[in-house]
Design a protein around this ligand. Structure first.
Ligand code: SF4
Ligand code: SF4
Length: 134
């Protein structure tokens, strides 16, 4: 089975080879959807985990014992329509074309059903109009 998780690392765990440990110790494959990790800072990793249900649960428990915050909640991208200036920058990084500029109106359109919540659009917005609810 598959689970999408968002990991938040404390500074002390940023250098931990988590995906290697998941594969080696729990037989869980981790597909990295987004990574924002810098030495000596809090890190965020969005992963899609694949494996046996019991091993997935054990892997998540192990991460929590390492002081890694694991969020399993279904996340959604939110666009603040009052803030958006329709510059189109976010459309350039969206891998699924969930974000597009309407060719007639030049206004941003967001098709939620196409969004895989990869979060790549969030840092591109110059007016912070894109966020995620966790
Ligand atoms: S989260 Fe990813 S898929 Fe969803 S709108 Fe942003 S860039 Fe596109
Ligand atoms: S980058 Fe921000 S301001 Fe520009 S179109 Fe996307 S959501 Fe709107």
């Amino acid at each position: 089975m598959k689970k999408r998780v968002r990991l938040t690392f404390p500074r002390s765990a940023v250098r931990m080879p988590v995906t290697y440990r998941l594969a080696k110790d729990f037989n869980v494959a981790a597909n990295i959807i987004r990574a924002q990790v810098a030495p000596n800072q809090i890190g965020v990793l969005v992963l899609e985990l694949s494996g046996d249900i019991d091993e997935l649960e054990a892997a998540i428990e192990w991460m929590r014992t390492q002081d890694i915050s694991v969020s399993l909640a279904k996340s959604e991208i939110l666009i603040d329509e009052d803030s958006c200036v329709h510059c189109g920058l976010c459309t350039g990084v969206c891998p699924t074309q969930a974000l597009k500029l309407d060719p007639d109106s030049f206004l941003l359109t967001f098709t939620r059903s196409r969004c895989i919540v990869c979060e790549q659009c969030i840092p591109t917005c110059p007016v912070q109009a894109i966020s995620i609810n966790l």
